[in-house]
Design a protein around this ligand. Structure first.
Ligand SMILES: [Fe+2]
Length: 569
């Protein structure tokens, strides 16, 4: 049975945050008295990656966790404006020529508007599925929801807040100043002048899926050389940036100018050559410049040295690492579900601003916000599939032994992570000391592109011994340079440019995972394990014991440690 926390009978305000735009990453979360209790993306439950449908399963999971019915929810808060506002903006852009007037653009915009209008921007499917006709609904401006999600969960009293994404209703980048629990809007750069659009266009150009595979471009970038000039497509490093939309986007998607200048698009799954690598390098490089300019401006305008970020562009861990190491800021918080799944977190807090504009300020110290399964549920699944398994008195110690012996492990424990990263609940683990391990895990388990790096999980105290900039990184959302003398110690988690995307693990936050790393250190002298998400290429991270078992047997993993049990091949 699923582990639950009793909430029934609570007298505090209970809000449901929802992301639903029909675009990507639908999600829901539950907040009581300003405390984030539970959050999950629809994709984990439906098994449809980046699922954009109404998050019926995620909402039900929130209610199940709290053991409440929908009647006990005070307000349902969507992280988007109502459909009409978005459509009016689109029409204005088409009318003024700032977005190419084509049959497809007009049709897509109208179709999306009509569908959302028909669904009352999410209220209709909610009522249809969950009942109450008198439910209170709220539609929070998309960038405000992102901004709340960045500031309120940072725990910083005073901070510059930066939101950068593909697009909101009309926004692309917005700057805010958070102080004493209140958010003040400073500046908005409107869509389509969008860093997300810029990066997504090149993601597609390089043969990947836009708004999903930006990681792949970022991972490929360090293999390239400088030399490709993208200034025709974006002016970066100034005011704070300007995307030259007319040069980037044409009447049928990508502009002819882009193809003329850089050559043909890469065919998906075809070979990657030096030209592709060099373009990836240039895209990442100029995006880093633009992001740094945005941050600089936000710090200037807010006169703060703390920074909070959200929005899909804020998942650019390489750029985040540069910003962290730039000396511009003292403290950094990037909300771990920075993409649109995370607007649910911000939207759910919006009602708290009604009274005096003040948000609850409860720092997010971990992302273990999803469902969990107890040993009884896990044992039942193992027996259903008639698997041979052993019960363990000390799963962390056995895991460490298997890792030190070179085994690749599935590690399924506790509550599932919210956000794109696996942080030791739904992880595949391996030995970072083996220079071949990257290739082994790639070939046997992840079946993914050769150039994508794997990440290390460090004992928090040990991270400064290995990394040049010792920023806390509980959410694997910024990169750091591995000290030159340590690169050969953990070669399989050190990228070609000497960087790594670390997770720093704290004993108090995740004692079991911490102990696994500690046990590994006792055996090997290295307080680091390789950690990648527990899923196969193209699939969502596993949610249930059944998902974990199926993934385990569909891959080259050697052992699965699931709750208190181990299954070996
Ligand atoms: Fe967004």
């Amino acid at each position: 049975m699923v582990l639950r926390t009793a909430l029934a009978g609570s007298s505090g305000l209970i809000t449901l945050g929802v992301n639903y735009s029909q675009m990507h990453d639908s999600s829901a979360c539950l907040v009581r008295d300003g405390e984030l209790l539970f959050a999950v993306a629809e994709e984990r439950l439906s098994r449809v990656k980046h699922d954009a449908r109404f998050p019926e399963l995620a909402i039900q999971a929130c209610l199940d966790f709290a053991k409440i019915g929908s009647r006990e929810v005070d307000e349902v808060c969507f992280g988007w404006q109502q459909a009409g506002k978005l459509y009016r903006r689109d029409l204005a852009l088409l009318a003024t020529g700032r977005w190419p007037i084509t049959y497809n653009n007009a049709l897509n915009s109208t179709r999306s508007f009509l569908s959302m209008w028909h669904q009352e921007s999410g209220a209709a499917p909610f009522r249809r599925t969950f009942g109450p006709r008198d439910m209170q609904f709220r539609y929070v401006d998309h960038h405000l929801a992102h901004a709340i999600s960045a500031y309120s969960y940072s725990g910083f009293d005073d901070a510059a807040v930066v939101v950068m994404d593909g697009r909101g209703a009309w926004e692309a980048t917005s700057l805010w100043h958070g102080r004493d629990g209140r958010l003040k809007h400073l500046l908005t750069i409107n869509w389509p002048d969008s860093l997300g659009l810029f990066y997504a266009t090149f993601t597609e150009y390089l043969g990947f899926t836009p708004n999903a595979d930006e990681w792949k471009v970022m991972g490929l970038a360090p293999y390239g050389q400088p030399g490709v000039d993208l200034r025709e497509f974006i002016a970066a490093g100034g005011d704070p940036y300007r995307v030259r939309v007319g040069n980037l986007v044409g009447r049928n998607g990508m502009s002819r100018k882009l193809i003329e200048k850089l050559g043909p698009k890469r065919v998906p799954e075809s070979e990657i050559d030096d030209r592709h690598k060099n373009i990836a390098f240039a895209v990442q490089d100029i995006c880093e410049d633009a992001m740094t300019s945005v941050v600089r401006l936000a710090l200037e305008k807010s006169k703060s040295r703390n920074l909070c970020m959200a929005g899909g562009v804020a998942l650019n861990s390489k750029a985040n690492g540069k910003i962290a190491a730039s000396g511009l800021i003292d403290k950094l918080f990037v909300q771990p579900a920075a993409s649109d799944d995370g607007v649910a977190l911000g939207a759910a807090l919006a009602p708290y601003m009604d009274k005096d504009g003040r948000l609850p300020m409860k720092p997010m110290r971990h992302a273990y916000l999803g469902p969990a399964f107890d040993d009884a549920a896990i044992r039942a699944a193992l027996e259903t599939y008639k698997l041979h398994y052993n019960e363990l008195s000390d799963p962390a110690a056995i895991a460490a032994k298997l890792l030190a012996d070179g085994k690749i492990l599935g590690w399924f424990q506790g509550r599932m992570e919210f956000g794109p990263r696996a942080l030791g609940s739904r992880s595949i683990l391996a030995d970072p000391r083996d220079p071949e391990m990257n290739a082994k895990v790639n070939n046997a388990v992840k079946f993914r592109e050769w150039w994508r790096p794997f990440a290390p999980s460090f004992k928090k105290e040990a991270a400064p011994d290995y990394l040049e900039s010792a920023y806390d990184s509980p959410f694997m959302i910024l990169t750091a340079q591995v000290r030159p003398e340590k690169r050969s110690v953990i070669p399989s988690v050190t990228h070609v440019d000497g960087s790594a995307r670390p997770q720093t693990v704290e004993r108090e936050i995740n004692p079991l995972y911490y102990r696994l790393i500690e046990e590994f250190e006792k055996r090997t002298g290295v307080p680091v394990v390789m950690n990648t998400s527990f899923n196969l290429r193209g699939e969502a991270i596993v949610h249930t014991p059944t998902d974990a078992i199926r993934t385990f047997f569909s891959s080259g993993m050697d052992a699965l440690i699931i709750g208190s049990f181990v299954v070996e091949k």
